[in-house]
Design a binder for this molecule. Structure first.
Ligand code: MLT
Length: 240
């Protein structure tokens, strides 16, 4: 049986060999939810980039591309779009490449480049993502992006629900079983994924910024069939 593992922060990756393992980057609030939204709205692809200057340089290589992203949850000066999934409409991104730079989520993609299959995972695409992972028949590593170097509850919650769906198909490591158990407890206690992520540290910060609609959208479990997977040039495109 394939192994399903999880790390609560990209830093924990150092000791892992990813040569035979598919990696799922998870940033529920909000980078990976936004990547799913962009591709669902017809963006031709999303290139996740850590640094702002690098994002500008990458964008220059793709004429007509859009720059998206945030720092402190606010749109980066001079960029076309912020990091709200609600901004990534067909009108805004249809047919365009998006170069996205966020504080934690897009950086996490840079830590899993040695994996043969890099996916963007969110609550919104949980079921479709898990079908793709099962079809691929490889070990899976769930990588939570964290917030400013600290474990973030909403990413662990997303990893836990993904691990739950993969249970039976794969064998969970103790780490994956741990996030799964906590996620199922939180879901049982609060009843609604949006309430769980809204009660996290970063969720509360977004609510304080007036971004409650983002929490609601990012919490819509299994609402999208889009499975972003990285291609040879580092662009996330729809799988299949
Ligand atoms: C991040 O990458 O840190 C997040 O996506 C922050 C945000 O909510 O915009």
């Amino acid at each position: 049986m394939p192994i399903v593992d999880a790390v609560r922060l990209p830093d924990e990756l150092a000791e892992l060999d990813l040569a035979e393992t598919n990696a799922v980057v998870i940033d529920i609030l909000r980078a990976t939810s936004t990547i799913v939204a962009a591709i669902a709205s017809g963006a031709s692809g999303v290139i996740p980039v850590g640094e702002v200057g690098h994002a500008r340089a990458v964008s220059a290589q793709y004429p007509g591309s859009l720059l998206g992203g945030e720092r402190s949850a606010v749109k980066i000066e001079g960029f076309d779009l912020g990091n709200s999934p609600l901004e990534y409409t067909h009108e805004a991104v249809g047919g365009r490449v998006v170069v996205l730079s966020t504080t934690n989520g897009t950086r996490a993609f840079e830590t899993v480049r040695s994996s043969p299959g890099v996916y963007a995972g969110a609550l919104v695409n949980r079921a479709a993502l898990c079908r793709a992972l099962m079809d691929a028949q490889r070990d899976v590593l769930l990588v939570c992006s964290g917030t400013d170097g600290k474990v973030s509850e909403e990413d662990c919650f997303g990893a836990g629900l993904i691990a739950d769906t993969l249970t039976g198909w794969g064998t969970l490591t103790d780490r994956a079983a741990g996030v799964r158990k906590k996620a199922m407890n939180d879901l049982g206690r609060l009843g609604d994924p949006a309430r769980v992520i809204g009660s996290s540290f970063h969720g509360k910060r977004l609510i304080d910024l007036g971004l409650v609609a983002d929490i609601e959208v990012c919490g819509r479990l299994d609402s999208s069939d889009v499975v972003p997977v990285m291609n040879a040039v580092g662009m996330l495109v729809a799988a299949g």
